[in-house]
Design a protein around this ligand. Structure first.
Ligand code: SF4
Ligand code: SF4
Length: 135
């Protein structure tokens, strides 16, 4: 893949939004790969966690927005505990999901949830689902 880099392209609007929403120092990552090596969901991802942050560093956020990885991340924070630079990738994944949902809307149809569902579904399902699939 050929990438043309410039100061403007690596600090574009989407990169600034990822930085703002995640609160992470994106340039701290030096690509050691410890996050990807420890991620329990990496086997199912189409991009490894270390690749996700590399793409962000290169200003290629638009190429991440169709990735399965940002939705598969379980926010378990294994990567955060392993990262020698203290990068919390789960926050970066969340920021990327937010960018998608600000464009396309939440993935939860609140009107389709009946009072009976509210009574019967585990509270964790609501909290986890709303946190991940709604803005
Ligand atoms: S563990 Fe941290 S420094 Fe290493 S590749 Fe992952 S995010 Fe980057
Ligand atoms: S927080 Fe996400 S990216 Fe990090 S180890 Fe867990 S599932 Fe993988």
């Amino acid at each position: 893949m050929r990438v043309r880099l410039s100061g403007q392209s690596v600090h574009n609007e989407l990169v600034r939004r990822v930085e703002e929403y995640s609160g992470q120092d994106l340039m701290a990552c030096y690509q050691c790969g410890k996050c990807a090596a420890g991620c329990p969901v990496a086997f199912a991802m189409d991009m490894l966690p270390s690749q996700v942050i590399r793409f962000v560093q290169l200003g290629l956020v638009d190429r991440l927005l169709d990735s399965k990885t940002i939705w598969l991340c379980a926010a378990c924070q294994t990567c955060y505990t392993r990262c020698p630079k203290g990068v919390d990738l789960s926050r970066i994944m969340e920021a990327l999901r937010e960018i998608v949902m600000f464009e396309k809307g939440s993935y939860i149809n609140y009107d389709a949830i009946s009072p009976r569902d509210v009574m019967e579904w585990p509270q964790q399902a609501f909290i986890g689902g709303f946190r991940k699939y709604a803005v």
